[in-house]
Every structure is written in C-alpha cells, then in structure tokens.
Design a protein around this ligand. Sequence first.
Ligand code: GDP
Ligand code: IMO
Ligand code: MG
Length: 423
Amino acid sequence: MLGLQWGDEGKGKVVDVLTPRYDIVARFQGGPNAGHTLEFDGKKYVLRSIPSGVFQNENMNIIGNGVVLDPVLFRQEAEALEASGVDIRKKLKLSKKVHLIMPTHRLLDAANEKAKGGAKIGTTGKGIGPTYTDKVSRNGFRLGDSLHDFENRYTQARDRHLGMLKSLGAEPDMATLAENEKTWFDAVKHLHSYDIIDSEHYLNHQLDCGKTVLCEGAQGTMLDVDFGSYPFVTSSNTICAGACTGLGVAPNRIGNVFGIFKAYCTRVGSGPFPTELFDETGKTIRDLGHEYGAVTGRERRCGWIDLVALRYAIMLNGVTRLIMMKSDVLDNFDTIKACTEYEIDGVTTRDFPYDIDSTRITPVYKEIPGWKTDMTKMQSADEFPENFKAYIDFLERELNVPIAIVSIGPDRKQTIVRAPGLL
Ligand code: GDP
Ligand code: IMO
Ligand code: MG
C-alpha cells in the first residue's frame, strides 16, 4: 500500500480500512516525517511512526528495519494511543534493526537546511536525512545496538555530529542539548519495554504459516530518493521495492500492490510540481481539502491531477489496484482538469522526464465536466453521479489499472469499495 504522489494521499485512512482483511500491518520506511490521519467514531488520530493498523482488533503491527525512529516522538505517540485505550505493547513489535534518530540528527537537519539557503528542501525537521545518511555511511545507531554498550556508542556518534555542526557554522545550545539527551535516554528505556525482534524472521515465518501482511508506505513515490524529484525528496525508497528492503521480505512474496492517489494533487515543502495552481482554484482546493500538513501544519501546495507522474509511479511500483482519495473535494467544480501529457520545449510527452523543472514544462490538460453533487453520504458506487463515473472511466483508461476503492470523506465509513473482488 503506497502513496503515488508527493505524500498525504490518505494512506493512514486506507490502511485502517483494509486492516481487518490482514493479520499484520508493517511500516517499512520513513519515520516521524510521516503524518497519517485516521478518523472514526467522531475522533481524529494522527500517527507518525506507528502503523495505522493499531486501531483495529486482532492484528499485529510491525515497525520494520527500514524505518528511522525518534524515541521521544515514539513515546509521545505511544502514550497518546494508550490514553485513548489502545493496548499498544500488545499490538506492536519493533525491529532490532530500526535506526534511531538522535537529538543531534535533528540539529543537523536544521543546519543542513540553513546552509542550503534558498535551495532548501523544506524538510519536516525531524532529522530524517541525517539519520539515513548515518545508516548508509555505516555510522548509524540501531535499536538493537542500544541494548548494550549504549552510552559509549551514543557519545561517539554525538561527538561526531557536534563536529559536523561546527563545520556547518551551527552553534547548538549545549544546555538544551543536555536536557534533550536526558529525555532521549529515558525514551530509549521506554522503547526497551516493547517487544524488540528480528522482524525479518518473524514476518517470513508468519507468511510461511499462511498469514497475510499489509505493508504501509510513508511519503509518496514522487518523494522516493531514487525516482522522485531529486534532490527535493525524502531520504528513503518509498516505492514498492522499499517494502522488500525495509522488511526483509523477498519480491516474490508480494501480492497485490495498492497505489493510493488523490483526485487532485498536493505537495508540501520545496521542489518542482508541474500542475501546481497559483490561482483561486488552488486556494479553493486547499480550503475544501483542508490541505495543511498533519505534522508541521504547513500549507500544502495544490494542483490538478498529474497523469504523467501517476503513470510513472504505477510503473515503478507495479501497482495492481488503484485507490482514489478525496473525490468529494471536487464535488462542487464546474470543470475538472487532468494533465495527460507534458509539453517540453514544444514537444509533448507522456513519459515522465529526468528533469521536471516547472519552468520548462507546460502541462497539457483534458477538461472533464464536474458532477456538482455532494457524494459524502453515498453508500455505494451505484449512487455515483454519471459525470463522476465518467471521470473514473477516464482515469482507468489513462492509467490502465482498475480503481478498486473510492474515498468520499475522511471518515472510515466514507469509503466505497467499487470492486470487492479486487481486494
Ligand atoms: P497520509 O499521510 O497519506 O496518511 O495522508 P494525511 O493524513 O497526511 O492527509 C490526508 C488528509 O485527508 C487527512 O486529513 C485525512 O483525514 C483526509 N482524508 C482522507 N481521505 C479523505 C477523503 O476521501 N475526503 C476528504 N475530504 N478527506 C480525506
Ligand atoms: P506522509 O507519510 C508529505 C516531504 C517534506 C520535504 C521532503 C523531505 O504523511 O505522506 P524529510 O523530513 O523527509 O527529510 O523531508 O519530503 N515529506 C512529506 N510530504 N507527506 C509526508 O509524509 C512527507 N514526509 C516528508 O515536506 O519536502
Ligand atoms: Mg501525511
């Protein structure tokens, strides 16, 4: 289950809805840069590192090796869940190979951004980039490592980070850092009270026993470190292949690949976005879709759906089923636009190019008549207005993958399964 755009497609909601069909839900990459929103029984929850399966009964949740975990934010998230009645220790297991985000990783994230000046990525400031950098440069600090020789390893890593901060011209307030370190050490002890396992063995054994696993992606394909709009990306592989490396599950064990997209498009942070709208329509979409970051509260940039980017995402992920979110946000438009091709230097292309610098690309749009009907209370696909059905047909033709689920509101219940046989 993956996001096909620039994140915030509605992954949290879909995982919650699909969880009753699975035995295990597993997060495989990213960290607290994610903000996955779930709404049910009149309540709203935002999850960052904990899988979105925790609210349903009878299933297990895994935080896999590909994830980077901030012990302090994890503790806040876990305690909030406990306070709302979730028996989180019973419902969650953590991989020993998860990399830990240290307080100095967050400082490095901020210092790197500052050093980039106008070319900054617009990160979530959660220390994601520096933690993955340490992982790949073989300097990382894993949850399993924190079980022994903990303080020594920590001090070595911290001192190395302080040297890097100095070279970036950052001068951390050492008293605040010392306080944050204390909170961090306490939070690591809290982490040790969870079931810390070799999750690759656990997951493969469960699969051998016939159990089913739903992998929960974070971010989106266009933020993938290899295939996204580099360098304006996150620091992990958000695509389907990331589920293999981030959980230790082989490619031939993957069944259906659910690709999630919004009926339009959003992006938060810097970087190119070919179909971005700078006019009233963009603002209207932002207002109607409440397009503000679940973690940082930042305004999301809004635009029309980009089918060139979606086709690319479908190809990279091997998507077998599509799930369209936030269809209701377009309920009141006279006309809806969909970008079917890019025009670059006078030549049109349907293939996603190397460089998507917005100043060079002119999106070619198809206009689709709006449905001008409130769909938020509909119970089945039979009730969909004709123009909305035509929009779905158009998308399926353009994307060549069936749309199995359509979401018509943030609540768990506002979900229409169009093709139950496809799930
Ligand atoms: P995620 O990061 O992919 O899990 O998505 P976010 O939670 O960051 O953003 C999706 C937002 O849209 C959340 O506020 C959801 O409650 C909301 N949402 C999800 N599906 C729908 C939908 O079909 N319609 C509307 N109006 N809102 C939705
Ligand atoms: P979910 O899982 C939207 C964006 C940031 C920034 C870039 C790099 O909720 O869809 P990072 O902190 O990862 O180094 O930031 O990626 N970004 C997201 N945008 N949704 C997310 O997660 C995001 N996680 C990171 O805004 O542009
Ligand atoms: Mg989000």
